[in-house]
Design a protein around this ligand. Structure first.
Ligand code: IDP
Ligand code: MG
Length: 136
């Protein structure tokens, strides 16, 4: 079956700052993830806290929100067959040191917090996250 899905990608401040956005977009294209909308934005810490609210009880929550709002990010809607699972696979594990070879986080991530990219983890969260950034 042709399960065409949409998922949300964020290129995080560490990767935007190192000019990696084009390299990362090339990886999306090679893996049949079409970029159907994209924008470069700089969010506030309050917006980051809203976006990451599922993690509000975690010890790293405050640092995470400070970090995501520390510089420009590129947010994108990716579309393709099994896009949510496909993108999670090419993104790699949360900790770049544990990510498989040739995944985005293994190639570009600096540390577990500066891990270069975000990707939605489920159909429900993909919809919520796309709406968060792209619904007026
Ligand atoms: P994911 O991005 O692979 O889905 P999540 O568990 O949803 O990982 O965590 C969201 C983000 O929070 C991660 O991408 C990472 O930047 C940060 N994070 C997760 N675990 C830790 C940690 O143990 N220390 C510091 N930052 C973390
Ligand atoms: Mg997550």
């Amino acid at each position: 079956m042709n399960n065409i899905e949409q998922t949300l990608s964020i290129i995080k401040p560490d990767a935007v700052e190192r000019n990696l956005a084009d390299d990362i977009k090339d990886i999306f294209k090679k893996n049949n993830l079409n970029i159907i909308d994209a924008k470069k934005i700089h969010i506030t810490k309050d917006e980051a806290s809203e976006f990451y609210k599922v993690h509000q009880s975690k010890p790293f929550f405050n640092d995470l929100c400070t970090y995501l709002s520390s510089g420009p990010i590129v947010v994108m809607i990716l579309e393709g067959k099994d896009a949510i699972k496909n993108y999670r696979k090419i993104m790699g594990a949360t900790d770049p040191k544990k990510a498989d070879e040739n995944t985005i986080r293994r190639l570009f991530g600096i540390s577990i917090d500066k891990n270069s990219v975000h990707g939605s983890d489920s159909t429900e969260n993909a919809k919520k996250e796309i709406d968060f950034f792209f619904k007026n």
